[in-house]
Design a protein around this ligand. Sequence first.
Ligand code: ATP
Ligand code: MG
Length: 291
Amino acid sequence: MFCKNTMEKLKLAVQKSGRLSEKSLQLLKECGIKLLNEDRKLRSIASNFQLEILYLRDDDIPQYVEQGVADTGIVGLNEVHEQQKNVVLVEYLGFANCRLSLAIPKEEAYTGLRYFENKKIATSYPNILRSFFEQHHISVEIETIGGSVEIAPSIGLSQAIFDIVSTGSTLIMNGLKEVHTVMKSEAVLIRNFQCSENKMLILEKLLFRIRAVKNASENKYILLNAPNEVIPQIVQILPGMKSPTILPLAQEGWSSLHSVVKEDQFWDIIDQLKALGAQGILVCSIEKMVI
Ligand code: ATP
Ligand code: MG
C-alpha cells in the first residue's frame, strides 16, 4: 500500500505497565514490527513500520486518542466505556478478556437486581455502573475508589462492589460472590475520529497484519490420512479456507487431507474424523493467516 508522506508516523498508545502491556507489545512483534529504544519510558519508534509508540496509563488512553495526541490506542473495552470519550472502536483484539460484575457478601441472599436498591456499591468504574442502574431505574449509591475494591465490604465502606472479574478467585478470597455480569471486556484497538488519509493508510496496513495474527491464533492446520471412500464426508466436516487439499498416498485406496480448522471446534472435529476412520492426524499451529 502506498503512503504519500513516508516520514509521517501513526502514533499508537499502549499501556505503560500492567495487564495489557506485554500482550500489546507481543502483538506488534507478531505483526513483524521492530521497536527501537523499547525502554518504555515514554515513547519508542518502529524501525521497519511507520509507527510511534506512546506508553501511557490505560485510563488516559481514550482521552489522548480523542484529543489526537495519539492516533490510535490499545486499551480495555471497559476503559473505553468508562471514560466516555469520542473515539472509534476499530477492532477487538482477543486478549485481556474479563468481565465487570456486581458482587455481594457470600452469606447474603441475592434477590435479583432490586437487591441493590439504595445500597452503597464501591467501584473504580462509576460511569458504567451509574448508566447500568439508570437503565434499570434502580437508585444506588456509588462509592468511587481507585483500587482494592474487593475489600470495601469487609471494612464497612460499601455493601457491594462492582469490579473486574476474570477467574473469580479474588472475590472468593474476600468472602464475596459474583451475582450479575454487567459487561464483558477485552483489549480493543481504538482510533481518533479524524485521522488523516495518510494515517488511515498506515492503520489499514497495521490492521491487515493484526487480523492475520488473530486468524492464525484462532485456527489450526490439520493433516490426516483417510480411506478414499470417506473423503466426501470428511470434506463436509473440514471445509478449510476454500476446500481441503487432497493428495493420494502411496498406499492404494488412501489419501492425505490438509485443511484449516477453528481452534474452538477442534476437539469436536477430531472426534468426528476418528469416527469416520481417519488416521495419523497431525495438528499444527499457524503462524500467520491471510484470508
Ligand atoms: P494503569 O496503571 O495503566 O492505570 P491499571 O492498574 O488501571 O493500570 P491493569 O490492572 O493493568 O490496570 O488492567 C488493565 C486492563 O486489563 C483492564 O482495564 C482490563 O481491561 C484488563 N484486565 C484487568 N484485570 C484483568 C484480569 N484479571 N484478567 C484479564 N484482563 C484484565
Ligand atoms: Mg488504570
